[in-house]
Design a binder for this molecule. Structure first.
Ligand code: GDP
Length: 297
């Protein structure tokens, strides 16, 4: 599971200090050094680590902590809260329209789990939020992406709109909007094409689709296993498309977690969901507070 080794190291680094009745600059510096190394080892971005450690230090050296009955434990709390700040203060949610059809564009590089995540989110919105959902197969580039979405749609009993791989994605999107309006859908999820690398062709197509669909959310799927690349990819997609959130996939792997810990701080885009398996039910809402507890349990 992701974060296992980070969690182990961080807990070890601060265990010593939590038992100390008296806090000195020396024992705190030793602990901070370990915290810093744990985060760097987990592949957290260098600048993010630097700021993290500075923030912890500043708060921990505050009078209130020094004067408290149990300064060691307060420092542990400061580290834990700082992790939550990195992950986001609040839960982020899909930006549903009060009335009319909400549109959601799923974007991401090929293989990150975009098509699977489209179906997972569709299922989640149908089951948990009672939404009438339409999935739209706009990935006309990757062979078999349309069939894959159709199969997934069938398994969760959600309709999939497609005009086949020969129709340009933007045209499929245009007709899907009309189809959804005629059938009074609440939510339309567009699975778009991914490429192996970010390129102009991909971005232009996505921009064109964005112009047409005017999405309420653009969610980028990023693979937790790619470490700090999450941040690079998210930054580029954000610059070109102004994405509104992230879905972090493959959390069931042994990702070190650094990308996930850095991404919010660097892009200011929240994580909405995490995916931790290949099955349609393997999707969870992302709760920064619970994740922080999991890391520093
Ligand atoms: P796309 O090219 O981005 O649309 O990617 P797909 O949705 O086809 O997913 C690529 C592969 O990753 C498929 O084999 C999926 O079953 C798998 N996959 C997707 N999400 C997860 C996940 O959270 N965990 C694991 N282990 N595999 C996943």
């Amino acid at each position: 599971m992701a974060f296992e080794s980070l969690s182990e190291r961080l807990n070890k680094a601060i265990k010593n200090i939590s038992g100390q009745g008296k806090l000195t600059e020396k024992n705190m510096n030793e602990m901070l050094k370990e915290v810093r190394l744990s985060l760097l080892e987990a592949d957290v971005n260098y600048n993010v680590v630097k700021e993290f450690v500075e923030n912890v230090k500043e708060k921990a050296l505050g009078q209130e902590v020094m004067d408290s009955l149990n300064p060691g434990q307060m420092v542990v709390k400061i580290v834990r809260d700082e992790i939550q700040t990195l992950l986001g203060e609040e839960d982020a949610k899909i930006n549903f329209k009060k009335q009319g059809i909400t549109t959601l564009m799923m974007v991401g590089l090929q293989g990150t789990g975009k098509t699977t995540a489209s179906a997972k989110i569709a299922r989640y919105c149908k089951q948990k939020l009672a939404k009438r959902v339409l999935l739209v197969a706009c990935d006309v580039v990757r062979p078999a992406a349309i069939e894959q979405l159709q199969t997934l749609g069938k398994s969760i009993d959600i309709e999939v709109f497609t005009l086949g791989a020969q129709t340009p994605a933007v045209e499929t999107a245009r007709q899907a909007m009309r189809y959804a309006a005629d059938r009074q859908k609440d939510l339309v999820i567009f699975d778009t094409a991914g490429r192996l690398h970010i390129d102009d062709e991909l971005m232009n197509e996505l921009s064109e689709m964005k112009e047409l669909v005017k999405p309420d959310d653009i969610l980028l799927t990023v693979d937790a296993m790619t470490g700090q690349d999450i941040v690079t990819v998210a930054k580029e997609f954000n610059e070109r498309l102004s994405i509104t959130g992230l879905v972090v996939t493959k959390m069931d792997g042994d990702a070190r977690g650094g990308g996930l810990l850095s991404v919010r701080s660097i892009t200011n885009v929240p994580v909405l969901f995490v995916s931790s398996g290949e099955k349609v039910e393997d999707l969870e809402e992302f709760h920064p507070d619970r994740m922080a507890d999991r890391i520093l349990g």
